[in-house]
Design a protein around this ligand. Sequence first.
Ligand code: NAD
Length: 385
Amino acid sequence: MKILCVLYPDPVTGYPPAYAREDIPVISTYPDGQTLPSPRAPLGFKPGQLLGCVSGELGLRAYLESHGHQLIVTSDRDGPYSVFETNLADADVVISQPFYPAYLSADRIAKARCLKLALTAGIGSDHVDLKAAAARGITVAEQTFSNSISVAEHVVMMVLSLVRNYLPSHEYAVEGDWNIADCVSRSYDIEGMHFGTIGAGRIGLAILRRLKPFDVRLHYNQRHRLSAEVERELNLTFHATPESLVQACDIVNLQVPLYPSTEGMFDDNLLGLMKRGSYLVNCARGRLCDQDAVVRALNSGRLAGYAGDVWYPQPAPVDHPWRTMMHNGMTPHMSGSSLSAQARYAAGTLEILQCFLEGRSIRPEYVIVEHGQLAGTGARSYNLT
Ligand code: NAD
């Protein structure tokens, strides 16, 4: 079989990088008891290596070539003469990461006549037109939970850095200044603030748990209400709508998947309902927010800060307004691709490939689309409309 894999480019300083640490901690299980990826040995990499870039190859080459499969790995994914487009027609499997997505639009799916499996290395398969994939009988799968905690940690970091005014204050230090008044005139404690997450799945719930010890008051809006036990444990306030949540909160986090009816959820109307001086964090998907409405909300003071790592398109163009808008704490899309996360999603990718190539079924928690419809985690978390 032909496996076509799009990964982000290597570090500008070359591959492999000089690693900061010798290894990564060993995690025994995910928080809800889901087992870690369990591919058959040998693993084609050492956990802690940079695997998500082209030279890292997700550690897949040895397994695939020893079983007679062809692996093409590229970051050249745009335009009709790109390595990606020119290899798409006879690829059986496409692997792509949300951080540097190979957008599998309906047009590209139509061209990909042999495609049977669209595999996301990571979480979030919105770069695949799920409706078109379902109509063609293509399976879409990802490594559920592989980087959920990685993102939860990033969100907590962004909440604290926005509210405490960390990034501008760091800049003053770097520049040799000592402007205490300038540092603190936009700096607050999160203690006592109201924090709410729209979407309380694996990431959203992990964020709520991590923020609980900061003595913030916790709110959530979620398609499937959490158990009474969890609500009690975290002292959660449930909101039936995003509108109700944003009016009650000082800090709002967005953690729902992107699908047609969540696209543009944060528009002028919803932003207009937020308290003056709210903070919005979005490490879910860029298109959940109306790009220009966010800029307007920062300019008007409705938002005191916006942070996240997701943009549209990706990579974001150099003149994307979110790079330079006021009071932003943006990073490139990197929260779910820490070296720790890469070890898990690379192992999960190998597990899914082994299942697919050896005719075994893929775990339901990894499945987004199967047999022409949303299935597994996809049925719980996505809509086709
Ligand atoms: P998850 O499937 O565990 O949780 C998503 C939750 O959203 C589900 O529980 C679902 O019930 C809920 N939901 C769906 N539509 C909703 C709606 N309209 N309103 C309220 N709730 C709704 O997934 P997760 O692991 O928590 O990830 C969530 C999203 O975060 C992913 O879909 C992806 O887009 C994004 N993500 C980003 C990164 C990154 O690197 N920035 C990494 C992983 C995931």
